[in-house]
Write a protein that binds this ligand. Structure first.
Ligand code: NAD
Ligand code: AHE
Ligand code: ZN
Length: 369
């Protein structure tokens, strides 16, 4: 079949709106009509050329929601008409990682996914006979896309696509990092570095968990009203702090934060986040994705004296199990997604969504087909 798609032809170039060829689902695969997709900073990271796994030409996008249009042989858990959210972290429930119960990092298809291919080693997308690569196993910047069955969470049919698509990455990553990875407890002191589409969900998760002090750190003061609405109790603009940021935050939190979260992808900030965590027990969680070649560093003494450096992918969530529950939280009014979706654009204007993000004017832009 043919489908409209925004193709990443080359790094640091605008996406190219094209009609491409899409083969139907093979064994264990599902054809999905994407109804809406968010634009996450990770899409921009890969488009910029900073992602060691970035491949061109490819179809980016990993924050979508849509409807099952067709299923391949052997698919049992989904049927035509089901509403779904694509999962860049699948949940096969059979691999060593899933069975360990120690991680959400299912490895069933990770190797081919990182090569922009379906699990059988081929691509379903092409143009003039030349393959176009998949991205994160999802490629939600295509109106129709093919995914493995294990990479789809079935969700309730009354949930609006243009809102719950955000649960496909940003919402789950931010709230999940607080609940699943850090396990923030009531009364905790939390510092969140980066108040964008991920960091504001960390703020929202910290409030849900009962944190007493939620410090937001961002160079963009325009983030403050939204962050306060979501639970931020103190704002720090690093550009306005005289001297080192770390002692300033240690003083503000009266000894260091119980939990800190880096939601930017800047290795210097990752160090600051670790070092303002409380001596003896502070946990610092890396969410941001850093460019190829970037490395973190600190004095080992920071860890010897009890700080813990952790990382999280997709907020530690097991997608097929946890995503439908998070959709319920949204539908029950327990979490706020609407206010974070600051812009909705028609698919043809997807590049404007990237520009809004780069100018710091949007929290999340959602593109509808
Ligand atoms: P975003 O662009 O919406 O937000 C980034 C925020 O950081 C902005 O508000 C910006 O003003 C702020 N910022 C930038 N540099 C700063 C600095 N030096 N000090 C303080 N603030 C600074 O991005 P996003 O969509 O929220 O994504 C954030 C990061 O999380 C990205 O690196 C993204 O790739 C990553 N991410 C990781 C996961 C995961 O599973 N680990 C999931 C989603 C996104
Ligand atoms: N390809 C990059 C790493 C990118 C990365 O860390 N991705 C996160 C999700 S970001 C979503 O916005 C992730 O899930 N990581 C775990 C995994 O298995 O990819 C690189 O550096 O190679
Ligand atoms: Zn993302």
């Amino acid at each position: 079949m043919k489908t409209r798609a925004a193709v990443a032809r080359a790094k640091a170039q605008p996406l190219s709106i094209e009609t491409v060829d899409l083969q139907g689902p093979r064994a264990g695969e599902v054809l999905v009509e994407i109804k809406a997709t968010g634009i996450c900073h990770t899409d921009e990271f890969t488009l910029s050329g900073a992602d060691p796994e970035g491949i061109f030409p490819s179809i980016l996008g990993h924050e979508g929601a849509g409807v099952v249009v067709d299923i391949g042989p052997g698919v049992t858990s989904l049927k035509k008409g089901d509403h779904v959210i694509p999962l860049y972290t699948p949940e096969c429930r059979q691999c060593e990682y899933c069975l360990s119960r120690k991680t959400n990092l299912c490895v069933a298809i990770r190797s081919t996914q990182g090569q922009g291919l379906m699990p059988d080693g081929s691509s379903r997308f092409s143009c003039d006979g030349e393959p176009i690569y998949h991205y994160m196993g999802t490629s939600t910047f295509s109106n129709f896309t093919v995914l493995p069955e294990i990479a789809l969470a079935k969700i309730r049919e009354d949930a609006p696509f243009e809102k719950v698509c955000y649960i496909g990455c940003g919402v789950t990553t931010g709230i999940g990092a607080v609940i699943n990875t850090a396990k923030v407890e009531p009364g905790a002191k939390v510092v969140v570095f980066g108040l964008g589409g991920i960091g504001l969900n960390v703020v929202q998760g910290a409030r849900l968990a009962g944190a007493e002090m939620i410090v937001g750190v961002d160079l963009n003061p325009g983030r403050v009203p939204m962050a306060e609405k979501f639970g931020m109790t103190h704002y720090v603009n690093p550009a306005e702090v005289e001297g080192d940021l770390v002692p300033y935050l240690v003083s503000l939190t009266k000894g260091g934060a119980d939990y800190t979260f880096e939601c930017i992808g800047n290795v210097k900030v990752m160090r600051q986040a670790l070092e303002c965590a409380h001596r003896g027990w502070g946990k610092s969680i890396i969410i941001g994705v850093a460019p190829a070649g970037a490395e973190i560093s600190t004095r080992p003494f920071q860890l010897v004296t009890g700080r813990q450096w952790l990382g999280t992918a997709f907020g530690g969530a097991r997608g097929r199990t946890d995503v439908p529950r998070i959709v319920d939280w949204y539908m029950d009014g327990k979490i706020n997604i609407d206010d974070l979706i600051t812009h909705v654009l028609p698919f043809e204007q997807i590049n404007e969504g990237f520009d809004l993000m780069k100018r710091g004017e949007s929290i999340r832009t959602v593109v509808t087909y």
